[in-house]
Design a protein around this ligand. Structure first.
Ligand SMILES: Nc1ncnc2c1ncn2[C@@H]1O[C@H](COP(=O)(O)OP(=O)(O)OP(=O)(O)O)[C@@H](O)[C@H]1O
Ligand SMILES: [Mg+2]
Length: 377
């Protein structure tokens, strides 16, 4: 069984759309697919027509130790199995704050168990943040798949994301690799798209032969073009292959599935060709790498990443180089269990302006203070 975390801390880049439709296309090709919704927004859950909160969810798996299979909804289109999410999942980050090994809970559910889960492939839809939920996905995954929009800011976010993957790989999940990058909402007629493809290609090529987790990552040739049918189908609770099978969106995800399946090492409809060796190494890693380091905890708690001593191998700069950013020890995690809003996006900052919560200085004009803004509200 291969576990792939679909991650990008930038919001709205196509993570959920890719998990839903790539998963569906792979299931059509005989792969036994389990889709895990690890985002409190529950968009993947809705995409498959499941009402969030109607039954057990990932919240129960992570906080109540409920078996994953008991929570899973199977028999969906294409024989896909979905482990649903609900908004309460956002509270898990807070509730688990004192739990030892909290970043390894999903890994244990996926990896430890006899008999093993009856899937060839698990795709995890991550929230747009690098908090505890995403950390659980990274700790459980063999590989990371990164949906990327061909934008200048997306490249900056990629550098930050790879830095995090590198940190997790070093601290808690040594086998973790970046499998690939898939371009979503692609617009081939723009100059920027071509430039981004060239930049990502150059960046990945420069990593070949090194020991970074993305040394073997591929930029998938199949790109997902912008297609309105892909935006419409979630509200119908259907994947693109049931909603509009003749659309460009269906065509693109089918092509991606054909390309992707070759990277899986999966004998379709049956056992992985990786055999027991990978399970053995998984279990070894589970026990040996159960590290409760402050650095990892920092990743779990906050959008800022603590610089570990020794420093991680920094992600090679992506052109143009992002502005220097302050990497600092994050503050203590929030204690209010009412923090059910979505975890904040953790993009590499692009604005050199001071933090919005910086206290006003003496020479700040009174009308610009946050205090006055609050009063005005
Ligand atoms: N190729 C596409 N063409 C048109 N619309 C798309 C395409 N891919 C995704 N969308 C739409 O863009 C929006 C964002 O996509 P999606 O939800 O997959 O992103 P996401 O990365 O999962 O977002 P979030 O970070 O909020 O979880 C959705 O409304 C989706 O339907
Ligand atoms: Mg999403």
């Amino acid at each position: 069984m291969k576990v792939i975390a679909v991650i990008n801390q930038k919001g709205g880049v196509g993570k959920t759309t890719t998990v839903a439709n790539l998963g569906s296309a792979l299931a059509d090709r005989g792969v036994r697919v389990c889709l895990v919704d690890l985002d409190p927004q529950a968009h993947l859950t809705l995409h498959y027509g499941i009402e969030p909160g109607a039954g057990a969810s990932m919240y129960d798996v992570l906080t109540g130790n409920r078996p994953l299979l008991e929570t899973a909804v199977s028999g969906l289109e294409n024989n896909v199995t979905v482990v649903p999410s609900e908004v309460d999942l956002a509270a898990a980050e807070v509730e688990l704050v004192t739990t030892v090994g909290r970043e390894q809970i999903l890994r244990d559910h996926l990896r430890v168990g006899n008999p093993p889960l009856p899937f060839d492939l698990v795709l995890i839809d991550c929230p747009p943040s690098l908090g505890l939920l995403t950390l659980n996905a990274l700790a459980a995954a063999d590989e990371v798949l990164i949906p990327l929009q061909a934008q200048f800011l997306a490249l900056q976010g990629l550098g930050k994301l790879l830095e995090t993957v590198s940190l997790v790989q070093r601290r808690i999940n040594p086998p973790l690799r970046v499998g690939g990058v898939v371009l979503c909402m692609y617009e081939s007629n723009t100059k920027l798209s071509g430039e981004v493809v060239a930049d990502v290609t150059q960046f990945l090529d420069a990593s070949r032969g090194t020991n970074v987790p993305w040394a073997d990552a591929k930029l998938f040739e199949s790109v997902i073009r912008r297609n309105i049918k892909l935006a419409e189908c979630p509200s119908h609770g259907k994947t693109i292959f049931r909603y509009e099978p003749n659309s460009r969106g269906a065509e693109d995800y089918a092509a991606l599935a054909d390309e992707f399946i070759q990277t899986l090492n999966i004998a379709q409809g049956g056992k992985t060709t990786e055999g027991t060796a990978s399970m053995e190494s998984d279990e070894a890693a589970t026990s040996a790498e159960r590290v409760e380091s402050t650095e990892v905890a920092a990743v779990a708690h906050d959008e800022k990443i603590a610089e570990p001593p020794p420093p991680i191998e920094p992600a090679p700069p992506i052109e143009p180089a992002p502005p220097a950013e302050s990497i600092e020890t994050p503050p203590a995690p929030p204690t209010e269990p009412t923090l059910v809003e979505h975890t904040p996006v953790v993009d590499a900052p692009t604005d050199p302006a001071p933090p919005i919560d910086a206290p006003p200085t003496d020479d700040t004009p009174p009308q610009e203070t946050s205090h006055d803004v609050e009063k005005a509200e």
